[in-house]
Design a protein around this ligand. Structure first.
Ligand code: 8NA
Ligand code: MG
Ligand code: MG
Ligand code: MG
Length: 307
C-alpha cells in the first residue's frame, strides 16, 4: 500500500541515501550558489554514491531489522567498526575514524567513546545522521524511541549533545512516519514532543525553528552553524523538512544550499521527509542512480516487518 509502514520506511532510507550522495559533493563548502546546487540536484547524470552517513544508517537499520528492533550495543559497535574497516574511504570524519579504528583493534566501545575529545565525548552529528531507522521500528512509544536512540548513540557519542542529536532525529522520523498524509503538519506537533525529551541546549535550538519557517533560507544558515556538530546540524535539518515536508527536490536543494555539512544535513532532512511522504515521493531518477538501492529497500522492508 502506498501509505504503509513499508512505504514510509523505504521512503525514509532511500531519500536519506540519495540526499547524502547529492550533498556529499559540496561538503564543507560555504556560500554555495543556488544555481550550482540546483544543477547538481536536477541532473542526476552520474551514479549517486553515498558516504559514511548512509553506511552507518544501513548498519543500524540492518541491526534493528535482524534483532527484533532492539539495540545490542556490543554487536552494534562491532558492526560500525566492521563497516569502517571494510570501506574506510566513505568520508568518515577524523574523530569517528580514530574511534572506529580503536574498536577494530579491540578497545571496548565504552572506553573508545568515553575517551574521545579528551574525555568530553563526541558532540558530532554522527549519531544523529544514522538514527532514522530507530524511528522506523513499528509500534514503539516516543519514550521507547528516545531510549533506543540513546542506546544507539552512546556506542560512539557520549556527549549529551551528540546523544540529543540522535534522539531528535529518531523522534522526528517516528512522529511523521505515523502522521496521516494529507493533514497539514503542524510544526509544534513535531517540535514539542522532541524538545520535551532533550536537554535544555537542544530544546532551545529546536524551539527557534518555528520563527524560521516562512522567511528566506538564509535565516536558517544565519541562526545555526550547519557544521558537523549535532547542535549545529540537526535543528537546521528539521527546519528544512518543516519548510518542505512533501517536496524532496526543494528540500534537498535548500538543505545543501545552507552549506557546511551538506551531505549530513540533507540526509537527515530527507530521512524525515521520506518517513512522511513514503517511497512514492522519491524521484525515480534518483533511485535509478542510487548505489545499492536494492540493499536500502531490503533494509527498510525488514525494519517495517519487526513484530
Ligand atoms: P566526530 O565525532 O569526529 O565529530 C564531528 C566533529 O564535531 C569533529 O570533527 C569536531 O570538529 C566536532 N566535535 C565533536 N565532539 C567534539 C567535542 N567534544 N569538542 C569539540 N568539538 C567536537 O564525527 P561524527 O561521526 O560525529 O561526524 C559526522 C560527520 O563526519 C558527518 O559530517 C560526516 O559526513 C563526516 N564528515 C566527513 C568529513 C570529510 O572530510 N569527509 C568532514 C566532516 C564530517
Ligand atoms: Mg558523510
Ligand atoms: Mg515547498
Ligand atoms: Mg557530512
Amino acid at each position: 500500500a502506498p501509505d504503509s509502514r513499508q512505504a514510509r520506511a523505504r521512503g525514509s532510507l532511500l531519500l536519506a541515501a540519495c540526499a547524502d550522495a547529492l550533498g556529499s559533493v559540496f561538503e564543507g563548502e560555504r556560500n554555495l550558489s543556488p544555481e550550482r546546487v540546483a544543477d547538481a540536484v536536477d541532473t542526476t547524470a552520474s551514479a549517486l554514491c553515498w558516504t559514511d552517513d548512509t553506511a552507518q544508517m544501513l548498519v543500524l537499520a540492518e541491526h534493528l531489522g535482524a534483532g527484533g528492533g532492539r539495540i545490542e550495543p556490543d554487536r552494534l559497535a562491532a558492526a560500525f567498526a566492521d563497516a569502517w574497516s571494510t570501506e574506510p574511504w566513505r568520508g568518515y570524519g577524523r574523530g569517528a575514524a580514530r574511534m572506529l579504528a580503536q574498536i577494530s583493534d579491540g578497545t571496548p566501545w565504552r572506553e573508545a567513546a568515553q575517551s574521545a575529545f579528551d574525555g568530553a565525548g563526541s558532540l558530532g552529528n554522527g549519531a544523529a545522521m544514522r538514527a532514522a531507522p530507530v524511528g522506523l521500528v513499528p509500534g514503539r512509544s516516543l519514550d521507547e524511541v528516545a531510549d533506543a536512540a540513546t542506546a544507539s548513540a552512546v556506542v560512539s557519542h557520549v556527549h549529551p549533545e551528540g546523544v540529543d542529536g540522535a534522539v531528535t532525529q529518531a523522534l522526528a522520523v517516528a512522529i511523521v512516519a505515523t502522521t496521516p498524509r494529507g493533514q497539514r503538519l503542524q510544526a509544534n506537533e513535531v517540535i514539542e514532543p522532541i524538545a520535551s525529551r532533550t536537554g535544555a541546549a537542544f530544546a532551545a535550538e529546536l524551539r527557534a525553528i518555528p520563527a524560521l519557517l516562512d522567511g528566506p533560507a538564509t535565516a536558517i544558515s544565519d541562526r545555526y552553524r550547519c557544521d558537523a556538530t549535532a547542535l549545529g546540524a540537526v535543528p537546521p535539518a528539521l527546519a528544512v523538512f518543516l519548510r518542505h515536508p512533501d517536496d524532496p527536490v526543494a528540500l534537498a536543494k535548500e538543505a545543501i544550499g545552507l552549506g557546511g555539512d551538506t551531505d549530513t544535513i540533507a540526509a537527515m532532512a530527507a530521512a524525515v521527509c521520506g518517513a512522511y511522504c513514503g517511497e512514492a515521493a522519491v524521484p525515480p531518477t534518483w533511485t535509478a542512480a542510487l548505489e545499492q538501492a536494492a540493499r536500502v529497500r531490503a533494509a527498510a522492508d525488514r525494519l517495517a516487518l519487526v513484530p
